[in-house]
Design a protein around this ligand. Structure first.
Ligand code: ADP
Ligand code: MG
Ligand code: MG
Length: 883
């Protein structure tokens, strides 16, 4: 088996750059080398090796040793240096790289191959002893931390002391001798911690690092990240071994990270940071403040330290050319890592850059307009779920703000919440339903669960490309990073900004678009839906087949949904209208009456109210279909609780409180969700559905008169399990409608259909469809009744089910395609066979979930219906599913 794939120096074993095999980093290193960019030569050990490694009880096959030796020979051939050579040693980096970039994986080890002998060789060959010893101490520190599991604080403390002793602040002020002494101390520390000396044999070092990369695939951090991002455990990671180039060789050397476009707002401007005389992750580690890449960015920020454009104009120009080349080659915004060694530019990584929803949208639209990608590709570039970020309110510019400090605008959006100082606390508070702002000095991969749980993230240190910034942008969390005025006392759990202090639990607002940090909660306003958003939506609408409707029953929700592009209502839940304080007494009176006469009296009072609800909704939705579900919930949901409630009902109905209480007792159910609800109410009390049907038809006629544009009411019978139930209920509705037509002398089209939310209904769909004019899949209940899992009780065990792989996802969030999906397909098929043109839709929560929407497209449903704020998400997801 081929495990090792070489790249660089005109060799490209990876060929077409298979990310699944080479990992993202490996595939793109090979890709960059292949198009002639300066990439240090190296080789990639494939992800297949990772899988093999675990299958073989964490061991390597002999064939790998041979192939790694070949890979090293390849690097040696191109660089003219030899690994372990004490005169002029080859040094390598060992880098992890899964298919998708994955924080939580092993950190990179740089300068591998250094030992007490080769460090002297490096000093001699480079003519720079300081550089050689700096590299060696970095190597010991990284290797010990990453491979040997020794806490890096040990080394940092020693370094701090050395700097203090010398009276200097910066690492760069330490001399060759200082570093040499530190190396000796570091080695002693390692031996103390490990009980054996730091490994001197470069080959041992290399295999140690390779094993550590594969080992990190099963680390807790990596597992958490995979779970949060739905990454399968069997993907594995690749390992990249690559010749070192050095950004720490003095003032003509540097290292940096860059984006080809602005990852926060998407504008077409190079964006990045660099550091002179530095190596590897110095830029993102927040040890020194990085400098801007471009002059424009430096000026905009009012910074004085020279930008790369100014300090290294020629290398900068070359870098800019590379940016353009990479964008054209990969046809996407790139996130790039580079190093300059004595004036020469080297490319160390490129990948599609993480971006905010806002930037994703702008970049997709811009690139399509630039002709770099097609409109279809633009549609596919924006993750529907990410639009959520744009559809939610932002800070009201007119609202008063108590700005306490300003940091970097690292990830846009506004968030208010209570302060939590560590990830566990953030997670705990969020689980209690609190909005949380996670406040940290800086974040690391250990904080990911807390960042996920938080509404927003605030850090004291770190730049625009710091861990906090990158991860927050990826997760769509607002983030302000590098708020330098902020100090956190973890002992006292208090945060200080100047004279002000904030305790854990105090409320804070951050604006990730401006970097402002404010005390208290700040008012917000609705988002703008024009511009790039509008453009992409127009493209998406051209591309989709399914209609998108909304689940709404209040005029406010209907208006929002229509503005968001809803093409009708897929589910109007009439019971929500019954909870209005002005009506609840009449509702209770109806429920608690012992006979039809009493019920009719109460319904008589509800009729005009219900009719005016529909008039308002039909006005807003005029010209569009509106599906109205007749009363569905178990009656007990409406029952009186407090003594006053009883008094009011008693007064309204003239029945004594004692009688009412007895009646409530009679209505008690052990399992209300499977009890007297849905059309079972209509079967026992047809007058309820009769009143509702009448209100609907009367309202539709009134609005048709008024606007000249009629809605088409689609009257929906819930929880049907037999054809006979449907027949009986349809007769009630038709009779009520005919009565209205007769009385008014006008007619209007309407449909009567059913929800399919019980397995039996799905199975009997053929027979039911002979009577029903449409089906709407109520997948919330259908999931509940098919899996036999109560939605309201699932929280206690569902996460364990997902963790243990019993269920791939929460089936109430994303449809269970194998089971529930099978019932949906079967019902759709049988229904359509019985009645061609049977209208099919979905109205469960799943109607707004992109994966479920893809399923609906495949099944050939006519529409999906979701909550108002998810309408644009569904429009985009429906287009993606259709493309
Ligand atoms: P991550 O996946 O965390 O970004 P990388 O493998 O990209 O880790 O390594 C981090 C940094 O280490 C790179 O951005 C680069 O600055 C530095 N680095 C990695 N390999 C080399 C190398 N061969 N020469 C010089 N620097 C390197
Ligand atoms: Mg890293
Ligand atoms: Mg990297």
């Amino acid at each position: 088996t081929q495990w090792v794939y070489r790249f660089g120096g005109g060799v490209s074993d990876g060929g077409k750059g298979d990310k699944n095999l080479l990992g993202g980093k490996g595939a793109n290193l090979d890709g960059m080398a292949s198009i002639g960019l300066p990439v240090p030569p190296g080789f990639t050990i494939s992800t297949a090796m990772c899988t093999h490694y675990y299958e073989a009880g964490e061991s390597f096959p002999d064939s790998l040793r041979e192939q790694v030796a070949n890979g090293l020979a390849h690097i040696e051939g191109i660089t003219g240096k030899r690994f372990g050579d004490s005169a002029d040693p080859l040094l390598v980096s060992v880098r992890s790289g899964a298919r998708v970039s994955m924080p939580g994986m092993m950190d990179t080890v740089l300068n591998l191959g250094l030992n007490d002998a080769t460090v002297e060789g490096l000093a001699a060959s480079s003519g720079d002893a300081r550089f050689a010893w700096d590299s060696y101490r970095r190597f010991i520190q990284m290797y010990s931390d990453v491979v040997l599991g020794i806490d890096h604080y040990i080394f940092e403390d020693v370094l701090e002391i050395a700097k203090e002793d010398k009276g200097v602040n910066l690492d760069t002020e330490l001399s060759a001798e200082d570093w040499q002494r530190l190396v000796a101390t570091y080695k002693t520390k390692v031996e103390e911690a490990l009980g054996r000396p730091f490994p001197q044999d470069p080959m041992d070092q290399l295999w140690g690092a390779i094993s550590a990369v594969f080992g990190s695939w099963q680390s807790e951090r990596a597992k958490v990240y995979r779970r949060l991002n739905d990454i399968p455990a069997d993907w594995g990671t690749a390992v990249n071994v690559q010749a070192m180039v050095f950004g720490n060789m003095g003032d003509t050397s540097a290292t940096g990270v860059a984006f080809t476009r602005d990852p926060a707002i998407g504008t077409r401007a190079y964006y990045g940071e660099y550091l002179i005389n530095a190596q590897g992750e110095d830029v993102v580690a927040g040890i020194r403040t990085p400098q801007y890449l471009t002059k424009a960015a430096r000026e905009a920020a009012g910074a004085t330290a020279a930008s790369m454009e100014e300090a290294m104009p020629e290398t900068y120009q070359e870098l800019a050319r590379v940016f353009d080349l990479l964008e054209t080659h990969y046809r996407d915004m790139q996130d790039i890592e580079f190093t300059v060694e004595r004036g020469k530019l080297w490319m160390l990584q490129t990948r599609s850059g993480k971006r905010t929803a806002k930037a994703a949208l702008k970049i997709a639209v811009d690139m399509a307009e630039e002709g770099l990608i097609t409109q279809e590709e633009a549609i596919l570039r924006v993750e529907p779920g990410a639009l959520d970020q744009l559809l939610h309110p932002t800070l009201d510019p007119a609202a008063a703000r108590d700005v306490v400090t300003t940091g970097l605008p690292a990830s846009p959006g506004a968030a208010s919440g209570i302060i939590a100082f560590d990830a566990d606390e953030a997670e705990r508070l969020a689980a209690l339903g609190e909005d949380v702002i996670l406040v940290r000095v800086e974040t690391s991969p250990e904080d990911i669960h807390g960042m996920h749980a938080a509404r927003g993230i605030l850090t004291a240190r770190g730049g625009m490309t710091s861990h906090a910034a990158v991860v927050a942008r990826g997760m769509g969390r607002p983030c302000v990073s590098g708020a330098g005025a902020l100090s956190i006392d973890m002992e006292a759990r208090v945060m200080r900004i100047g004279a002000r202090s904030f305790n854990e639990g105090d409320t804070l607002t951050i604006d990730g678009g401006t970097g402002e940090v404010m005390a208290g909660k700040v008012a917000t306003i609705q988002p703008q839906l024009a511009g790039d958003f509008g453009t992409l939506m127009v493209w998406a609408d051209k591309g989709r087949r399914m209609k998108v409707r909304t689940n709404a029953e209040t005029p406010a929700d209907c208006a929002v949904a229509r503005e968001f592009g809803a093409e009708g209502i897929g589910l109007c839940r009439t019971e929500h209208m019954f909870f209005d304080p002005a009506r609840i007494t009449a509702v209770r009176q109806m429920i608690l009456s012992e006979n039809e006469k009493g019920r009719r009296a109460a319904l008589e009072r509800l009729l005009p109210e219900q009719r005016s609800d529909f008039v308002e909704i039909f006005r807003i939705m005029s010209g569009l279909p509106v599906t109205i579900r007749l009363l569905d919930p178990p009656l007990h949901e409406f029952l009186p609780h407090r003594e006053e409630d009883y008094q009011e009902v008693a007064q309204a109905s003239g029945v004594s409180i004692d009688v009412l209480k007895r009646r409530v007792g009679e209505l008690h159910e052990f399992n209300p969700m499977l009890g007297h609800r849905g059309c079972r109410l209509g079967i026992t009390y047809p007058e309820i559905y009769e009143m509702q049907a009448r209100a609907i038809i009367e309202a539709a006629l009134a609005v048709a008169d008024e606007t000249g544009e009629a809605v088409v009411p689609e009257i929906m019978i819930p929880l049907v399990m037999t054809t006979r139930e449907f027949e009986l209920m349809k007769a009630v509705v038709d009779k009520a409608a005919e009565a209205v037509f007769a009385a008014s002398g006008k007619r209007l089209d309407y449909l009567v259909g059913t929800m399919i939310e019980l397995p039996r209904a799905a199975l009997m769909a053929g027979e039911i469809a002979e009577q029903a004019e449409f089906f709407s899949f109520g997948t919330n209940d259908l999931t509940q009744t098919t899996l036999g899992i109560s939605r309201d009780d699932a929280g206690k065990f569902l996460s364990a089910y997902v963790d243990k792989g019993v269920l791939p996802k929460d089936p109430f969030v994303s449809i269970d395609v194998d089971g529930v999906g099978q019932l949906v397909s079967l019902a759709a098929e049988r229904g359509r066979a019985a009645r061609s043109g049977l209208k099919l839709g979905i109205c469960g929560e799943h109607g707004g979930d992109p994966a479920s929407i893809a399923f609906c497209e495949k099944t050939g449903l006519d529409y999906v219906s979701c909550s108002p704020y998810r309408v644009p998400i569904a429009r985009l997801a429906a287009a993606q599913a259709a493309l």
